[in-house]
Design a protein around this ligand. Structure first.
Ligand code: NAP
Length: 517
């Protein structure tokens, strides 16, 4: 448990909507941020004093349950609309009674005001950290404000380090600090902030209501990440990859940690530069921060590249040549591969004995390696099909399998044909969210004659490949069962306990239902 506060930021165009938002936010928040700059100009225009007073009076009649932070930020500093200097002065100096205000640096230079308000002095940069974080901090501190907030856009996980380190400096200076790394890459600062002494962390009321990039929904912050219960002893696990925004692993693993009463949390870590992440945030000898990382799930594109940063591998990971799980053991980083077992068990359950089965694995990346290894161990007859035929061939040579190019197998004039296979495995990201979402690696026509399709992609709805398989009358499963099996094995490696698989399945199903809406 920590002493931090969860602040729900409310942005609405009309005062009535704003009040409805406040009412709902009060059920979850310790404090609400009222984003006055979201109110539309027709509704709220400070230069017309009568109108301003009428709106403020209406708001003040609302009997609030939790304190407010008032924010009135111009567009140039991340607010929703253009605000003149006059409007800003009227707003801040009207005598309207504030619980707390969030003032941009330029609003007040006179530290006298901080004696009135337990207030925040904030700096925002939505295009990255262009000034030295220490210099920004020194300037904000110079205003005399008791609470300093620095919010900058980040693109990679380690971009947040300069502002994160200010937490320590603020502690020494007797200041409260709110370091926020915006964007997907900075989510970790929002989740772990309170555990490391941040004054508060922001959340949105609902999906689509985010007031800054990377902001998580309040219910997720509370139910999935338990941000107010985390402390410095909390063991931190995370999924490292690019992208990670659609990863279901946080939902599954956090549910398992709660079910087994563990002081542990699992977070998304958008890692583009793996070398920088391992050096600056993970490896004991070189890391710049102590986040208490205890292990990682590794996803694309890092499953093979991560091996060189590890101190050891288990036998399966060494043979497969890909790691999807890292555990810290006596300060050493040890790599495992749970994809192999996670893949083969649901396949055997649904298809049956694999001995002699003719299987085409599409893709030659980390997941494909695990599939090929474990299919071979079941004595299946495996062919690797990849868009880059040389990669298919190289992998086939390693595991003594067949190989082909994807375009060759799809070419009607070619002798190679997909009907030669009993099972098709999609081990590419085709069908995942984003630009690959609507594609299918194969059409219903191309799948005619195949007995079974296993699409490793996880999706709340049928993936394009599964839709094509259904059209062709071919049995098919998606990546969910593999996701659960491999996650259960990860949990056992990390904790030494048995995984609460039913809890993990329920959490996954609930999330999938929410996604379907
Ligand atoms: P990876 O190492 O990046 O490999 C991806 C493979 O797909 C590479 O061979 C790549 O070819 C190929 N590929 C990428 N885009 C393609 C396209 N548009 N058309 C044809 N081929 C394409 O990724 P991974 O870790 O193996 O993961 C692959 C998929 O499996 C992902 O969707 C992942 O989510 C899924 N997966 C699911 C589970 C589960 O538990 N359900 C577990 C592991 C993986 P190039 O080398 O030419 O780029």
């Amino acid at each position: 448990m920590n002493n931090g506060k969860l602040c729900i930021s409310i942005c609405a165009e009309t005062v009535d909507e704003l009040i409805r938002g406040i009412e709902r936010a009060e059920e979850l928040a310790d404090v609400t941020e009222i984003r006055f700059d979201c109110l539309n100009k027709a509704e709220f225009y400070c230069e017309k004093l009568e109108e301003f007073n009428r709106i403020i009076d209406k708001l003040l009649k609302y009997k609030k349950e939790v304190p407010w932070i008032s924010t009135f930020r111009p567009k140039s500093q991340g607010g929703r609309r253009e605000l003149s200097d006059l409007e800003r002065s009227i707003f801040w100096f009207s005598g309207y009674e504030l619980d707390q205000g969030d003032f941009e640096e330029d609003v007040i230079e006179d530290s006298f005001y901080w004696l009135w308000f337990d207030s925040i002095c904030s700096y925002h940069d939505f295009s990255g950290l262009h000034e030295k974080s220490d210099e920004i901090y020194t300037r904000l501190k110079g205003t005399g404000a008791p609470i300093l907030k620095i919010a900058v856009e980040t693109h990679d996980v380690a971009d947040a380090l300069p502002i994160w380190k200010l937490l320590k400096r603020a502690r020494v200076d007797g200041k409260e600090m709110i370091p926020i790394a915006m964007g997907e890459a900075g989510k970790w600062t929002r989740i772990l902030g309170l555990a490391h002494g941040a004054y508060l962390t922001y959340a949105s009321l609902e999906a689509g209501g985010e007031t800054a990039p990377g902001q998580l929904i309040a219910s997720e912050m509370i139910d999935v990440y338990r941000v107010k219960q985390l402390d410095r002893e909390t063991k931190v696990y995370g999924v490292i990859g690019d992208p990670v925004s659609s990863s279901l692993s946080p939902v599954i693993h956090n549910a398992a940690f709660v079910a087994n009463g563990l002081n542990a949390v699992f977070i998304p870590l958008l890692v583009k530069d793996l070398d920088e992440f391992m050096r600056r945030m993970v490896r004991q000898e070189t890391r710049e921060v102590e986040l208490n990382f205890a292990g990682f799930a590794v996803t694309m594109p890092h499953k093979q590249a991560v091996i060189k940063y590890l101190d050891g591998l288990d036998d399966v990971a060494a043979t497969v040549g890909a790691v999807n799980t890292i555990n810290t053991e006596d300060g050493k980083l040890v790599g495992y591969n749970t994809d192999a077992a996670g893949f083969i068990e649901p396949l055997k359950r649904t298809f049956g004995d694999l001995k002699g089965a003719r299987v085409a694995v599409i893709g030659a990346g980390g997941a494909a390696r695990a599939c090929v290894y474990t299919l071979k161990s079941q004595e299946a007859d495996v062919t690797i099909i990849a868009r880059d035929e040389s990669k298919a061939r190289a992998l086939a040579e390693e595991f003594t399998a067949g190989s082909s190019g994807l375009s060759k197998i799809k070419d009607p004039s070619s002798k190679a044909s997909l009907n030669d296979f009993d099972i098709i495995v999609n081990a590419t990201p085709i069908g995942m969210k984003g630009e690959l979402e609507t594609q299918s690696p194969l059409t219903a026509h191309e799948l005619a004659g195949v007995k079974f399709v296993f699409d490793l992609v996880t999706s709340a709805d049928d993936t394009p490949l599964i839709r094509e398989a259904k059209k062709a009358g071919v049995s098919a499963i998606g990546g969910e069962e593999m996701l659960l099996e491999q996650a259960a094995k990860q949990f056992e490696i990390w904790t030494g306990g048995s995984a609460p698989i039913d809890v993990m399945r329920d959490a996954l199903n609930k999330k999938q239902q929410e996604t379907r809406g």
